[in-house]
Design a binder for this molecule. Structure first.
Ligand SMILES: Nc1ncnc2c1ncn2[C@@H]1O[C@H](COP(=O)(O)OP(=O)(O)OP(=O)(O)O)[C@@H](O)[C@H]1O
Ligand SMILES: [Mg+2]
Length: 444
């Protein structure tokens, strides 16, 4: 693996990890946002429930107290005691709310806060009195100062509670409805923990699936990046080689011929000055004429090699037959071309592509196949132009056919792909090779 490919893989892995981290982050933020929103809603609901309880109880007590003031004069300890005794009695049957929800009544007495109702948290029936300057029982402090509202703060046990407080002015009492903050939070801690565990499991499965499904994609992208790089390098090399070949051909063939013509002309000029026999003149002109003919032929050969005129004028079929003929003369390989349809319709650009594919295939046969027979078919099938070249050589292994290093074959594939075409190579080592190139004919 070359350095470029390795770097490409590392970059892609890095991007995938960043993507996974972003997705995980988003999932976590969503989970926490959802849970904290639910908690907020539950907290607000609990708050209004406490306010409702505190206010309704306070108003009820005030109404009962007013009633007792009017009608319970004959109660031995007085009307206030009558109201309280009714409440204490009623409270005994009140279960409270939740596990820690509680309802408190207290009054100020000799620099202390004296609780009146029994409660659920302690073994003591009634909470111990608190000094007025104690930092505990904060909601009750406020109620006894005549304030009304809600708060989070320490109760008489020094436990953080959410409390609603109300004064009962008519009886100089304070009333508190409260619940431990921990009790409101607990289900959300639990839900949060469960959701987090599920989210982690889902994220983990997601990461595994994501990794698995994107792996072939990444491999493909990396491979095709490598192929592209190789192809670009090869195109560059081919261009340089072509330039070298053209310049050699022009230099060797045309240069030599023109120099020879120039020498002959110089000779003719000198001889004309000194007087020349007409037979000599004729021979000299004939010699120049032959050399000019050779030069013209050389120009034609070079230009035909660059781009066969026959392809533009007579089409792909004829160009294939011409090229085959040239090869047969040079290599001694026998070509069977009866299946070449010289009238297949194909646009000029597509015909050039197919012709270059054909040339690359022939070069490969000549260089690698060790074949002595090549059968060529060119025909139209179902809107496609198909070129089939079969040799009886040594064959290619499927690893080589698919290797990123087989740049010639890759070039064939890429050339055809430009037109939506394909190449299919059938071969088994030892049993020859068939190259089938297909191009959709489309609009001409
Ligand atoms: N017709 C064939 N018969 C046997 N082997 C072949 C044939 N065509 C190609 N091969 C094998 O497949 C390999 C890949 O071919 P490809 O054209 O991609 O590369 P190349 O001809 O070796 O080099 P390049 O074409 O880049 O100059 C060749 O090296 C050769 O071993
Ligand atoms: Mg090749």
């Amino acid at each position: 693996m070359d350095q470029g490919t390795w770097k490409g893989i590392k970059d892609t892995q890095k991007q995938r990890i960043i993507l996974i981290l972003i997705m995980t982050g988003v999932a976590m933020v969503m989970t926490f946002t959802a849970i904290s929103l639910l908690y907020q809603t539950a907290y607000e609901e609990e708050k209004s429930r406490l306010v409702e309880v505190a206010q309704s109880q306070a108003r009820l007590m005030e109404a009962v107290a007013r009633f007792d003031m009017q009608y319970s004069h004959n109660y031995p300890e007085g009307t206030e005691a009558a109201t309280l005794s009714q409440f204490i009695e009623a409270h005994k049957k009140f279960e409270g709310f939740g596990t820690t929800g509680e309802f408190l009544l207290a009054r100020k007495k000799d620099q202390t806060i004296e609780f009146i109702l029994s409660h659920r948290h302690s073994d003591l029936r009634i909470p111990q009195s608190l000094p007025l300057d104690s930092p505990l029982g904060l909601p009750m402090h406020r109620a006894l100062e005549g304030q009304s509202g809600t708060m989070v703060g320490p109760d008489y046990r020094n436990v953080k509670v959410l409390a609603a407080y109300e004064p009962i002015k008519i009886l100089n009492l304070g009333l508190v409805a409260k619940i431990d903050l921990e009790e409101i939070r607990k289900p959300f801690y639990k839900a949060g923990f469960i959701t987090l565990a599920i989210a982690c499991a889902v994220i983990l499965v997601g990461i595994l699936l994501f990794w698995r499904f994107t792996n072939p994609m990444v491999e493909e992208i990396t491979a095709s990046r490598g192929q592209l790089r190789n192809l670009a390098q090869r195109i560059q090399t081919i261009r340089e080689e072509e330039k070298g070949r053209i310049s050699r051909a022009v230099h060797d063939e045309l240069g030599q011929q023109l120099t020879a013509i120039q020498l002959e002309l110089n000779y003719l000029e000198e001889e004309l000055e000194t007087g020349m026999e007409s037979q000599q003149k004729k021979e000299s002109f004939q010699c120049i004429g032959t050399m000019v003919d050779n030069t013209i032929q050389a120009v034609q050969r070079i230009s035909t090699e660059l781009r066969p005129q026959i392809l533009d004028v007579f089409g792909l079929g004829e160009a294939i037959l011409w090229q085959t003929n040239e090869y047969q003369k040079r290599t001694g390989i026998h070509f069977e071309c009866s299946g070449v349809d010289d009238k297949v319709p194909l646009s000029k650009e597509k015909a050039i592509t197919m012709f270059r594919v054909f040339q690359e295939t022939l070069t490969n046969i000549f260089r690698h196949a060790k074949a002595n027979l090549v059968i060529i078919h060119l025909y139209r099938d179902n809107g496609n132009t198909i070129l089939k070249v079969r040799d009886n050589g040594i064959g290619i292994s499927s690893e080589k056919i698919n290797s990123a290093k087989s740049i010639g074959l890759l070039g064939i594939r890429e050339r055809l792909l430009v037109w939506g075409g394909t190449v299919h190579i059938e071969s088994k080592p030892g049993s020859g090779t068939t190259v089938i190139a297909k191009i959709p004919a489309g609009d001409l």
